[in-house]
Design a binder for this molecule. Structure first.
Ligand code: F6R
Length: 261
């Protein structure tokens, strides 16, 4: 796992965007796994800027989102489908047929989930999965105690996650209790995982994920099993990690061919 600590979320997101842009330039038909929420917003803004000002071409890119609320239509302003359109897809040139999100209105959730897994496989697998982290350590919506081998399925959100996400709805009662989410096994199948973490409320979860024991109680710790994980975080999210000096030392001494700034 490589931990890149930057002064703030904007600088960390710019560095992460460079890493993603390198992949897209190297592999124009890259398959990206996408996250929603507050965390990836500065990253998406930077990718849009790179598209508009530097001509970063998304026309060959295929995307699969991590999750969607059960019961919300794509037109619902708090749905992740709406989020993706208004924060990324409307501003870059990914053809619509190459965009995939779980369908919150599907009438057969188990069949839809296994179809989603098949679509990822048919696309050749995910090259790079973008992840945020919940304050309870979830990735995707794999809440604590999720199976480390889980695949795309329905999950019940914890009360804490419902509270964390209530700001996207008019009241906490409106937050759906259920989501469709890629599983931890699905996420670990990606060729690269890119985890973003900003702010002090992520510090405990991030330290546990990076330095703590591997356990279902902290789903993000499953990333320790993955061979290629890049963590881009700010100082406050990193403040509970014990090895920050070493992470900085490694980053400052990266061989030129491994650099992405
Ligand atoms: C969203 C997702 C979640 C979020 C996490 C952090 O697609 O999969 O795991 O990344 O809940 O949310 P924010 O970024 O709003 O703090």
């Amino acid at each position: 796992m490589e931990i890149v600590i930057k002064d703030n979320a904007d600088t960390a997101s710019r560095t992460a965007a460079n890493y993603i842009a390198q992949l897209i330039r190297r592999k124009p038909n890259a398959v990206l796994g996408l996250a929603t929420g507050r965390t990836p917003l500065p990253l998406y803004r930077e990718l849009i800027r790179m598209h508009q000002e530097e001509g970063l071409d998304f026309s060959g890119v295929t995307t699969f989102n991590l999750d969607e609320y059960v019961g919300l239509s794509p037109e619902h302003p708090a749905s992740y489908n709406y989020f993706m359109r208004t924060n990324l897809f409307d501003y870059v040139n990914i053809p619509e047929e190459q965009v995939h999100l779980p369908d919150g209105l599907t009438s057969d959730i188990p069949a839809h989930c296994s179809e989603y897994e098949k679509k990822i496989e048919k696309a050749g697998g995910i090259d790079l999965q973008i992840l945020g982290i919940g304050s309870d350590g979830h990735i995707g919506f794999n809440e604590p105690m999720s199976s480390l081998a889980s695949r795309t399925r329905i999950k019940t959100l914890t009360r804490d996650t419902i509270k964390d996400n209530a700001c996207f709805f008019s009241s906490v009662e409106e937050v759906p209790r259920h989501v469709i989410t890629m599983g931890i096994g699905t996420i670990l199948d990606s060729r690269t995982c890119l985890l973003l973490a900003f702010g002090e409320n992520k510090a405990e979860a991030l330290a546990g994920a990076v330095e703590g024991p591997l356990m279902a109680a902290l789903p993000a710790s499953s990333l320790q099993l993955h061979p290629v994980v890049k963590v881009f975080c700010d100082e406050s999210a990193a403040c509970q990690c014990r090895q920050t000096d070493y992470y900085r030392w490694v980053y400052d001494n990266k061989p030129q061919w491994q650099q992405f700034e």
